[in-house]
Design a protein around this ligand. Structure first.
Ligand code: NAP
Length: 239
């Protein structure tokens, strides 16, 4: 079994996920850059590997059970364990307002942002439990903060499907953290801040590389690091 730290990042072919993969690669980790589309994934991996990083492509659609179990099997066979899982893949649909929510769209958002995370996490947990320092990072959003939305003067947009999917992801983060307390596996959620990516038509003011920093930090915390937390670059965020 390799002595190198093995990290899996979902949705790593572009945006924040690619920058998380790059940042972990720059910390001398072996990074499995997962993408649902082979061509897009291999393109990103070629870019990162061209920078001298140990980044490898793995096919993984977080909404496809067959793809998830094939990825888990491949990691088990090639590495025998997994040290870091970054659940980054996600989709955004905007408004209009909660009362006009299209349930079919909402289900699609939850499939990727919520059920996908649970499916991937459960498939990878047997491998993470074989790590001496397992870490799970769920890439959430400030838009998932229920207490921020509860402020009547909140400037946050009312994207019911997306926002509540990230609130659910925050809740899921805490539940896993509690279950896994005795294993030493730390489970945290992070908010990258508003970054310019395809997700928001490049309207964010931060770069994807800036957005990746908090996920990279949480993925590499030592034994004294937090678990069951929600963080951005400036520290703890309100649930
Ligand atoms: P992005 O550039 O659109 O990237 C999203 C990634 O997720 C892509 O690689 C996409 O793959 C992948 N993905 C979507 N559905 C998938 C599925 N079913 N299976 C596997 N991969 C899938 O967006 P981003 O801004 O980097 O977003 C990354 C994460 O950060 C998301 O969880 C998002 O909610 C979160 N976030 C972003 C912002 C922001 O301002 N950008 C702020 C807060 C939180 P394809 O290329 O194949 O579509």
């Amino acid at each position: 079994m390799t002595a190198r730290t093995i990290a899996l990042v979902t949705g790593a072919n572009k945006g924040i996920g690619k920058e998380i993969a790059r940042g972990l690669g720059q910390r001398d980790l072996t990074v499995l850059a997962a993408a649902r589309d082979q061509r897009r994934g291999e393109q990103a991996v070629a870019e990162l590997a061209g920078e001298g990083l140990d980044v490898r492509f793995i096919q993984l659609d977080v909404t496809d059970d067959t793809s998830i179990s094939a990825a888990a099997k491949q990691i088990a066979e090639e590495f025998g364990r997994l040290d870091i899982l970054v659940n980054n893949a996600g989709i955004l649909t905007g408004g209009p307002v909660p009362s006009e929510t299209d349930l079919a769209v909402m289900r699609k958002v939850y499939d990727a942002n919520v059920f996908g995370v649970v499916a991937v996490t459960n498939a990878m947990l047997p491998l993470l439990k074989l790590s001496s320092a397992g870490r799970i990072v769920n890439v959430s959003s400030g838009l998932g903060s229920i207490s921020s939305h509860a402020d009547p003067n909140s400037p946050l947009p009312l994207y019911l499907s997306y926002n509540s999917s990230k609130s659910a992801l925050n809740a899921i983060t805490v539940q896993y953290a509690r279950e896994l307390l005795a294993t030493g596996i730390k489970v945290n959620a992070c908010a990258p801040g508003k970054c310019a990516t395809d997700l928001n038509g490049h309207s964010g003011e931060r770069t994807p590389a800036q957005g990746a920093q908090i996920a990279i930090r949480l993925a590499t915390v030592d034994a004294d690091g937090p678990t069951a937390g929600f963080f951005d670059d400036n520290g703890v965020l309100p649930w």
